[in-house]
Design a protein around this ligand. Sequence first.
Ligand SMILES: [Zn+2]
Ligand SMILES: [Zn+2]
Length: 281
Amino acid sequence: MKALVFSKALYSTWVYYAPDRILFDCGEGVSTALENRVFAIKHVFLSHGHADHISGLMGLINIRNNAMGDHEKELRVYYPAGSPFVSELIRYFARTNRNLQYDLEWIPLQAGDRVVLLEGRMPRYIEAFGTVHARGEPSLGYNVCEVRRRLREPFRDLPQEEIVALVQAGKKDEISEEYTQILFSYGGDSVPLNPDAVRGTEVLLHEATFLADADRKEYKHATVWEAIEVAQKAGVEKELIIFHLSSRYRGDLAGLAREIEKKGLPFKVRLIPPGELVEIE
Ligand SMILES: [Zn+2]
Ligand SMILES: [Zn+2]
């Protein structure tokens, strides 16, 4: 299992990304669904401070303290710097959880900030990017990035033994280069994302609260067709996952999936039905 996604606009949104033990957003019900896996979470990245994205924090922080499990593991919660709602919540937890058995750290982030997940030969980090959602409530999206190495263009078709010989001759940097692959992008709540922020990502989670522009009263969220356009412009490699759909569309999703199918897109499109827990392989 790569990820678990739960999202229903207005009620609750959270995404558990298993490879790096990250929880993106923390809507209500997350601990009930994850059960013992709450102890596996190392990092929580909040996209913004609206209740449907942070209302599970009270449960998560307390269950990790009281349930049977590993109490030593620290928990780091990252959030957009200056979020008024998250700041209030931090004060609340400081007053009510004086006896936590693990370290709980709150870390404010700005667009462009990086958080190291893994060091070593193929380092991995999170990069925060700016999104546009609600006035007065700063919001961020997050890319899971991996630093890789590949052969430079003129050397890609060389036979293996010649490459080995060049490396042995100390020419590794001449024939190969480092590049960064975005593995997973979580946009949080936003109007259509800037495609440059998620360019070339393997998997893009883009919100779409509405099917049609006519249903949208304020310009704070995206539509399904806008999300698809962003994914096309960004050159998504594998899959577009559309979440944060309003429950009013529950009956329309099969027809919508057929309409999307007809477009013959170069990536898979998955719609997260509002209120259903979906496992991503
Ligand atoms: Zn929101
Ligand atoms: Zn929301």
